[in-house]
Design a protein. Structure first.
Length: 284
């Protein structure tokens, strides 16, 4: 089909998620209802009121750059369109829900599971970073799972390009309290290594069932982060403890890069070239 699409080209089904200025629905094409999509609907009025025009534009540009099927771990963007009220992102539908729900349901996960989940996250973040994109809001809610165990990173609403990162006071805290890196809290600094910090928090959470830093309120959480105040509750392989410890350091320059992570001894059996081996056959 050629030309711009309109909302009438889709049948909107149940709500999949809700953000501060967007709602995601499952949808099918009116002419061909065999394939599911996740359509993110952003209210123009809200975006303008909340001064989020810049972020929505960046989200669209970055997804156009990364989400064209270039990597299985980045949510695919099929098209965008708008009407008088809303902007629409037609995204790949990912059927297995959020990684957060998997952790909520199972608590601490078995090592084979979290190894393959983490390897996929590292591979996807490496792809993003090699294209100069910092996600800035990596957390288990923004990681979706397909029914076969493939992870898909979504919600690039806080993301930025490496060229505009660095010391950017206006964008100081855009992430989620529990996964925010200390340099953002202390110096309003954000770089590729802030995503790596979030990966460290996520790996910890997969092994322990809860994130490393969680206070009774945001301020307490921030205090724990800047003091590296976390404990291991569930027995965890030493290689994993060492890996998380190497990531959760205050100085972002001392953190491993995504390339370093791919070389980590705990992941030595991972075949990075064969992408589908990172999820196929792990969950049976
Ligand atoms: N919730 C938010 N985005 C989604 C997507 N792309 N697929 C399924 N559920 C979602």
């Amino acid at each position: 089909m050629s030309g711009k699409r309109t909302p009438e080209d889709y049948v909107f089904l149940e709500r999949l998620g809700q953000g501060s200025y967007s709602t995601v629905f499952r949808a099918v094409e009116r002419n061909n209802s065999t394939k599911n999509y996740a359509v993110k609907v952003c209210s123009k009025r809200h975006i303008i009121q909340e001064k989020k025009v810049k972020y929505v534009t960046i989200e669209k540009d970055l997804l156009n750059k990364l989400g064209q099927g270039g990597h299985p771990g980045i949510v695919r963007l099929f098209c965008t369109f708008h009407d008088a009220e809303n902007l629409y992102f037609v995204l790949e539908y990912v059927s297995g829900g959020e990684l957060l729900n998997l952790v909520r349901k199972h608590g601490p996960l078995p090592e084979v599971w979290y190894k393959h989940l983490f390897a996929q996250l590292v591979d996807t973040v490496d792809f993003m970073h090699s294209h100069g994109v910092i996600h800035r809001d990596l957390k288990p809610e923004n990681v979706l799972l397909s029914h076969e165990g493939r992870i898909v990173i979504t919600d690039f609403g806080a993301a930025c390009s490496i060229t505009t990162a660095g010391r950017d006071r206006s964008a100081s805290f855009v992430g989620t309290a529990e996964y925010v890196a200390p340099e953002l809290l202390l110096y309003s600094q954000c770089g590729l290594s802030s995503d790596i910090w979030a990966l460290g928090c996520i790996l910890y959470q997969l092994t322990q069932g809860i994130p490393p830093f969680r206070g009774e309120n945001e301020l307490q959480t921030f205090e724990q982060i800047v003091h590296l105040d976390y404990k291991w509750r569930v027995v965890t392989p030493q290689q994993v403890v060492t890996l998380v410890q190497s990531i959760l350091v205050l100085d972002p320059l001392l953190r491993p890069t995504s390339k370093h992570l791919k070389q980590n001894p705990w992941l030595s059996a991972i075949n990075w070239e064969n992408k589908s081996s990172l999820w196929k056959g792990i969950w049976e």
